[in-house]
Design a binder for this molecule. Structure first.
Ligand code: G1P
Length: 271
């Protein structure tokens, strides 16, 4: 079973400057609560029991968000406010599940994953990229189902406008049906002419622990970063099976200013 999730949170958030010069993007409010809480809810509802946050010293306020017990206790003792108590209890429950590891230099998602190598207990784990919110239907839960039935790794995917393929990791497909397909190849941010399809990787992955061995020797790729996509490619070439989950939920990109504003509006309209 998949019981552990990892969440890379050490990115600089340059696409959301100037907001991110003082607030980590994962703490920016999204219709009344920080973005990261939507990701945590998805994990908990998918049966995840332990979550590893990969943060940096610069983003220590993420840890503080979950470790403000003193503040809450003093407020609760002065004001008997039920609402504040409920919020505090929710954070306390999350806190019990979260471990922090550090990636002080933003060297890419592959490097972030490698920082967790000593903490992964099972053979597979879930990774969620917090810029990618998937609402209405639990994408992680859908993926865990596929993992169980196909006994293979899984990546969330959706069709994107072909003009935008160079913004995404792109998949090459084999044996597609309505909800999933086997992945033949992956390529990080290809040009339109090199893209094998317009099925993009969205930030949810069920990965094998053995990806750590690949990452140890993984060279930097596009933009001077170590990409998880490149390590996945190596695994596929070595015969590891990966499936693409064509998820049912609504995708919201909260990693750019335009996307962040749109996501706020969309979430406020959801029931
Ligand atoms: C990352 C991945 C990319 C994926 C995307 C989804 O890119 O490297 O393969 O398609 O997330 O959001 P980033 O958004 O960090 O540039």
């Amino acid at each position: 079973m998949i019981k552990q999730a990892i969440i890379p949170l050490a990115g600089m958030g340059t696409r959301l400057l100037p907001l991110t010069s003082v607030i980590p993007k994962e703490l920016l409010p999204m219709n009344g609560k920080p973005n990261i809480e939507y990701i945590l809810e998805e994990c908990v509802n998918a049966g995840i029991k332990e979550i590893i946050f990969i943060i940096s010293k610069k983003k220590s306020s993420i840890k503080k968000y979950f470790y403000s017990d003193k503040l809450y206790k003093s407020i609760i003792s002065k004001k008997k406010n039920k609402n504040i108590k409920e919020k505090y209890n929710k954070l306390k429950n999350y806190k019990k599940m979260i471990k922090f590891v550090y990636q002080n230099k933003p060297r890419g998602t592959g490097d972030a994953v490698l920082k967790c190598r000593n903490y992964i207990k099972g053979n597979h784990f879930l990774m969620l990229l917090p810029d990618d919110l998937i609402m209405n239907k639990n994408c992680s839960k859908e993926m865990i189902k596929i993992y169980k039935s196909k006994k293979s790794c899984v990546i969330a995917t959706k069709r994107v406008n072909p003009k935008t393929v160079s913004r995404w990791g792109i998949l090459s497909l084999k044996n597609k049906n309505k909800t999933s397909f086997e992945i033949e190849d992956v390529i990080e941010k290809p040009s339109l002419k090199d893209a094998p399809s317009n099925y993009a990787i969205i930030g949810r992955y069920i990965l094998p622990k053995k990806i750590m061995n690949i990452l140890k020797n993984q060279k930097v790729g596009r933009g001077g970063e170590v990409h998880i996509t490149d390590a996945i490619k190596s695994l596929i070439y070595k015969g590891e099976k990966f499936y693409g989950n064509i998820f049912k939920g609504k995708y919201l990109d909260s990693g750019t200013l335009e996307g962040y504003i749109k996501s706020n509006l969309e979430i406020s309209r959801l029931k």
